[in-house]
Design a protein around this ligand. Structure first.
Ligand code: LMR
Length: 334
């Protein structure tokens, strides 16, 4: 076929079916390990909705919840390889990546309130931590809140002494390892997707998580006791593959940043109510005994866990820990 005829044929085809020549959407695979009906699950879906709307369909976000695409550890490797483009791992899961400073968020009682937490995540400390991801080929976009953790096991947990000898599942964080050992328990790192079965079969005796995770993974059905310790925090860093992110057209990136800003506001706005709702459902289920610590018992747990900060100074950095404690003090003086 002569070149002229070929060009005319292609041009007419374009006129007849412009869609065939429309650019394919940019696909963002967003993998996470929690149920859809959790703060992170809902925020991921909100980001999808906003990103596709803001870019008028030039971006398509495929959300893969509840470890359906990748589970813990696998997902971080997949992101660095570019097999997925976006994740929102718990802040307790960056140690194995070599960015151990994120484990500061795991320190027991480091955040006396959400106000202090937001001063950290939305201020210079949070920004500087996200910057540390870039040499790993990762761009940190935002922090999403979940909430404070409760302890659960098949025996009552009223005082720290009740933790002695228990096999407790933790995330891959040396701070959480130190936390459990300081309480006399035996920490066992395990992927989130494996926790329910491990509790059901007795591979581990107990675990810790915010109520939204405990409830949506049905852990309350295989844990006879839940204690409202609120001893530590669990939040997320929303991260993307840096090469992918830097390679986006600037206008698309701007629209995605706006979508991320709004879904972050949404995530943080619903976190507490989602956890309160989950805790109410756990109580209503009648499947487990929920114990609220007395004032005296709360002081006992705090005193028992004070040593962890000192133990972790060399790993996390004394300056970083004291910078967060200074944020707490500054807020108290306000
Ligand atoms: C856990 O592994 O316990 C949590 O990080 C799961 C999650 O992402 O909330």
């Amino acid at each position: 076929m002569k070149l002229k005829t070929l060009i005319l044929a292609l041009a007419s085809a374009a006129l007849i079916s412009p869609i065939a020549f429309a650019q394919a959407p940019i696909v963002i695979k967003f993998s996470h390990v929690v149920a859809k009906d959790t703060p992170k699950g809902k925020a991921a879906d909100r980001f999808k909705e906003l990103a596709e709307k803001n870019t008028k369909g030039r971006v398509k976000v495929e959300v893969y919840p509840n470890s359906t695409l990748y589970k813990d550890k696998e997902e971080m490797e997949a992101l660095q390889l570019g097999a997925v483009q976006m994740l929102a791992p718990s802040l307790a899961k960056f140690g194995p990546l070599g960015v151990r400073e994120f484990e500061v968020f795991d320190l027991p009682y480091i955040f006396p309130s959400k106000d202090v937490l937001y001063r950290v995540t939305e201020g210079p400390i949070g920004k500087s931590l996200l910057k540390k991801l870039e040499p790993k080929g990762i761009t940190g976009l935002a922090y999403w809140d979940n909430g404070f953790k409760v302890m659960s096991a098949n025996t009552p947990l009223h005082s720290p002494a009740d933790m002695k000898g228990l096999k407790m599942r933790i995330q891959s964080s040396k701070v959480l390892d130190a936390q459990m050992r300081t309480l006399g328990a035996n920490p066992q790192v395990m992927a989130f997707s494996e926790v329910y079965q491990a509790l059901q079969t007795g591979v581990v005796d107990g675990t810790e998580n915010p109520p939204s995770n405990l409830y949506t993974q049905k852990m309350h059905e295989v844990q006879k006791h839940v204690s409202m310790t609120n001893h530590g925090y669990l939040g997320y860093a929303v991260i993307v593959n840096k090469k992918f992110w830097d390679g986006l057209p600037a206008d698309i990136r701007t629209e995605l940043e706006a979508a991320m800003k709004e879904s972050t506001r949404y995530a943080n706005a619903i976190a507490q109510q989602e956890n309160d709702k989950a805790m109410a459902a756990v109580k209503a289920s009648g499947k487990t005994t929920v114990y609220t610590l007395s004032g005296k018992e709360q002081v006992e747990w705090r005193k028992a866990l004070v040593p962890v900060q000192k133990q972790m100074e060399s790993r996390i950095g004394k300056e970083l820990i004291s910078s967060i404690n200074k944020e707490s003090a500054a807020l108290l003086l306000k």
